[in-house]
Design a protein around this ligand. Structure first.
Ligand code: NAP
Length: 328
């Protein structure tokens, strides 16, 4: 039987790619830089399946040019780069890789919390650049305590809860916002003493605010000028969700004026961030290049999960991690 055609928009770990290669007639985008829309359409013409990354813009314009497409298997948990509504209208299954990257992304969130609070990146530069002249300074590189502080978790889903579990070990008071009432609310209240509040209350009461919502029309610029102004002076903002959840210009002003003490950012409005972005001039920002899920084990597991979703969906069954079950 003729193998189905699949386009993989970047080389993913072999644990998944080998499965895809075995089962399908596969083409893989060879470059380190992502393909353009035109290149995606060109490479995926005649394909029934596609493995996509969050940097691939899969809008209606792309979907319209791929008449054979049946499955988009996203290699990420977030899928804001895909027009899922339009894919659904066109009968295309969309899948993602939830859960397997939760703990790894929560670890990175904590790395940013610790680095921003205790000025680790500044301290490293201070030593390397030869500024460390006095053995111990009573007021050298003073930061803020994490232990015992109040953390505000915006979006108490999988990653938000994993961040909360770690916060409990730091004896923190945990506040959170969520969209819907769920069993989770009694669980996190009992196990972690976490308290559900509205966003304004969370912003006013927290020393550390960390964002874990998906990017949607509701969450775009969820944190803007007025929200930043509500935050405690000197508090810390962490974003490992998606860049556009924060108004970056307003964030820059809040950091510049020291309304915020520091920020830890893994995601940006434009990725890669431009080298002339003013955020790069600020010492009180810790920057990471969207590496939330970037551990060897997690990326391999994501690749396997993605391959499994693609395989099941293209065989006509319901894939384990379908984003748009209504399409069936
Ligand atoms: P999830 O389990 O779906 O959790 C998202 C949570 O956000 C849900 O609990 C949802 O609430 C809540 N939410 C949605 N809109 C909200 C709003 N307007 N206000 C408050 N809460 C809202 O997803 P996850 O696995 O934790 O992942 C979260 C996001 O992290 C992903 O969408 C992705 O963008 C990002 N991410 C980034 C990286 C990275 O590399 N930096 C890695 C992994 C994920 P309900 O349950 O009530 O709907």
């Amino acid at each position: 039987m003729l193998k189905k055609r699949v386009f993989v928009t970047r080389k993913i770990p072999s644990e998944g790619l080998d499965i895809i290669n075995q089962e399908f007639h596969t083409s893989v985008w060879p470059d380190e830089f992502p393909p353009s829309k035109e290149e995606i359409v060109d490479m995926a013409t005649d394909c029934e399946g596609m493995v996509t990354l969050l940097s691939d813009p899969i809008g209606a314009d792309v979907i319209d040019q791929l008449p054979n497409l049946k499955v988009i298997a996203q290699y990420a948990v977030g899928y804001d780069n895909i027009d899922v509504k339009y894919a659904t209208q066109k009968g295309i299954i969309v899948t993602n890789t939830p859960g397997v990257l939760t703990e790894t992304t929560a670890d990175l969130t904590w790395a940013l919390i610790m680095s921003a609070s205790r000025r680790i990146v500044e301290a490293d530069r201070y030593v390397r650049e030869g500024h460390w002249k006095v053995a111990w300074g009573p007021e050298l590189l003073l930061g803020s305590d994490v232990f015992g502080a109040t953390i505000g978790i915006v979006g108490m889903g999988r990653i938000g809860r994993a961040v909360a579990r770690r916060a409990a070990g730091f004896n923190m008071k945990i506040l959170y916002t969520a969209r819907s009432v769920q069993d989770r609310d009694s669980e996190v209240a009992e196990q972690l003493g976490a308290q559900r509040v509205d966003l304004n209350t969370l912003l006013k009461a927290s020393e550390i605010v960390t964002l874990h919502v998906p990017l949607t029309s509701d969450t775009t610029h969820l944190i803007g000028k007025s929200e930043l102004a509500m935050m405690k002076p000197g508090s810390i903002l962490i974003n490992t969700s998606r860049g556009p959840v924060v108004d970056e210009d307003a964030l820059y002003q809040a950091l510049l004026t020291k309304q915020l003490g520091a920020a830890g950012l893994d995601v940006f409005t434009e990725e890669p961030i431009r080298l002339d972005s003013p955020l790069l001039q600020l010492a009180n920002v810790v920057l990471a290049p969207h590496i939330g899920s970037a551990s060897t084990r997690t990326r391999s597991t994501m690749a396997k999960m993605c391959a499994e979703n693609l395989h099941v969906a293209l065989s006509g069954a319901k894939p384990p991690n379908i984003v748009n079950p209504e399409v069936l």
